[in-house]
Ligand binder design. Structure first.
Ligand code: ATP
Length: 347
């Protein structure tokens, strides 16, 4: 049942808006791929092209080696879950889940057995007789998931399935979706604009920008080795520290570090540094001053003033005492190759 999905040079215009601008991406069989990017970058359009609800002007969608670009939605074997719950309000939960099977003329007894199996799988075994309005948002999304999975699709398509839920339900449900996806081994494309969500559920994250793929890699790689300054900026938090390039190395905060990734044309650059790569040492003569500290339990994020700059630094939670606001600190970076970008405003 598991199939790979390929986006081959997909292009889609809406009037003069370019929604997809030559998207190339391969999702491996059994993989959970997150499509991540800012609003309007084409994530939903890409997903709808796989479902068959949208048609590319150019390029092809290939599922399990077959070009399905011209195939109608009901013959694509995909299951989709939308952001809004989109259950049929006049059908009870069981009939919602069995809907796709009824359309396929599966006999009633088998439909009901399959619906019961799916409701068990999504943790709602006793809710079959209820109606959608009698369920919480999280429960409705579980039913939507069960409905999408009931006909055993080759590919599961999730379009911001958690965005309408409150924070706690969102966390639980995303873990459950991942567990279910791994158990079933079903190829899944998960659209989200939430970087934390993408990093935490996906095997690989495809970062999109203006209808194109910017980087596709496992979460840790997207975070630690962003391919472009856009990815570095969009995924996680980034400090921009002024540095000066000279023969492949950069001088920043009084240190000289090797540079990785593309080199900008000018020697004056921004060094991109994650808050956890910024090291603080209490020092009465230090040039930095801790301004605020927001405690998060195991870690804390400190805001440090350094001349005209504001630098964010993540430190272990127990360090907040010796690095309390008002403390003067020396500021350095972890000794590792750094990513640099053209100086902001000068590119
Ligand atoms: P969001 O996270 O806001 O949903 P997205 O990354 O999913 O954004 P898409 O919904 O794919 O982006 O839209 C990409 C671009 O195409 C946007 O500029 C959008 O306004 C435009 N667009 C999408 N669908 C249509 C449509 N049916 N008619 C006109 N423009 C559209």
């Amino acid at each position: 049942m598991t199939a790979g999905v390929e986006f081959r040079g997909l292009r889609r215009m809406f009037g003069r808006t370019v929604a997809l601008d030559g998207l190339d991406l391969t999702v491996r069989p059994g993989e959970l791929m997150a499509l991540l990017g800012p609003s309007g970058c084409g994530k939903t359009t890409a997903l709808r092209c796989v479902a068959g609800f949208e048609h590319p002007d150019e390029g092809a969608v290939v599922v399990d080696g077959e070009d399905v670009t011209r195939r109608p939605a009901n013959r694509r074997d995909t299951g989709m879950v939308f952001q809004s719950y989109s259950l049929f309000p006049n059908l009870n939960v069981r009939d919602n889940v069995a809907f796709g099977l009824r359309v396929r003329k599966v006999p009633a007894a088998r439909r009901h057995a399959r619906a019961a199996e799916l409701l068990e799988l999504v943790g709602l075994p006793t809710h079959g007789e209820r109606y959608p309005h009698e369920l919480s948002g999280g429960q409705q999304q579980r039913v939507a998931l069960a409905r999408a999975l009931a006909p055993e699709p080759r590919v599961l398509l999730l379009d911001e399935p958690l965005s309408a839920l409150d924070a706690k339900v969102r966390l639980t449900l995303r873990e459950e979706i991942r567990r279910l996806q791994l158990d079933l081994g079903i190829t899944t494309v998960f659209v989200t604009h939430d970087q934390e969500e993408a990093l935490s559920v996906a095997d690989r994250v495809a970062v999109m920008r203006e209808g194109r793929l910017e980087q596709c890699a496992p979460p840790a790689e997207v975070y630690d080795r962003p391919a472009t300054p856009f990815v570095a900026e969009f995924v996680g938090t980034m400090n921009h520290l002024p540095g000066r390039l000279s023969s492949g190395e950069v001088t920043v905060l009084g240190m000289t570090l090797p540079v990785e990734g593309p080199l900008p044309a000018t020697p004056e650059v921004d060094v991109l540094a994650r808050p956890e790569a910024v090291l603080l040492t209490p020092d009465p003569d230090g040039e930095g001053l801790v301004v605020t500290s927001s405690f998060r339990g195991s870690s804390a994020r400190l805001r440090v003033r350094l001349g005209d700059l504001e630098v964010l630094s993540d430190v272990p939670g127990h360090d907040t005492v010796r690095l309390a606001p008002g403390t003067r600190v020396g500021v350095g970076l972890v000794r590792r190759p750094v990513l640099v970008a053209g100086r902001a405003g000068e590119s």
